[in-house]
Design a protein around this ligand. Sequence first.
Ligand SMILES: CC(C)(COP(=O)(O)OP(=O)(O)OC[C@H]1O[C@@H](n2cnc3c(N)ncnc32)[C@H](O)[C@@H]1OP(=O)(O)O)[C@@H](O)C(=O)NCCC(=O)NCCS
Length: 179
Amino acid sequence: MLSLPPPYALRPMTVADIPAVLTIDRASFPTPAHEQLYYNELVDNQLSHYQVLTRAAENGETILGYAGFWLIAGEVHISTIAVAPAERGRGLGEWLLLNLLRLACELDPLLITLEVRRGNTVAQALYAKYRFEEVGVRRRYYRDTGEDALLMTVDLSAQPDYCAWLAGRPLRIERRDAV
Ligand SMILES: CC(C)(COP(=O)(O)OP(=O)(O)OC[C@H]1O[C@@H](n2cnc3c(N)ncnc32)[C@H](O)[C@@H]1OP(=O)(O)O)[C@@H](O)C(=O)NCCC(=O)NCCS
């Protein structure tokens, strides 16, 4: 797990985190996930890896964001990533993604994949920064809005230095100094 400067921290998501995660989920996606989905991911799905990003305070920690992936037959699929709306634009999403990708690299994947809404240019910019390339389109993939999904991947055979590059990437902290 990536080590963050206090009061921030990353840790595996637990069932007790689900209510806070759902609050962020509802504020982040047109069709929010059900509680049962996260429960199944954490309890039943042996292939899933979910983490939360927290900020410690005197009265306890606050969950600021979360991210998850599955590993299936050498393919890491990023299933979700979100930051609480009030906390966006300060580098937390990048911390979550960098952490997730480093964890994925420990599993020696052949391919890292994800889908992103065509209109979600913020997330696409983040993925492009981490060397994801657009390789396809799933037409009208999202039933709620009818929006297309862009399929973005990192192909480790085409980018054999990828995990070494990630390991050497510094943690950007300048945008959190004011906190
Ligand atoms: C996508 C998301 C996780 C990014 O998290 P964030 O904490 O706001 O992003 P960061 O501050 O870490 O920024 C990291 C990179 O994202 C991109 N980015 C962030 N905000 C951006 C903006 N307003 N415009 C364009 N690009 C932006 C940039 O590439 C940025 O890197 P840079 O600062 O070097 O330019 C967050 O916007 C979110 O939760 N969105 C709703 C859920 C969602 O869409 N998830 C993705 C599903 S595929």
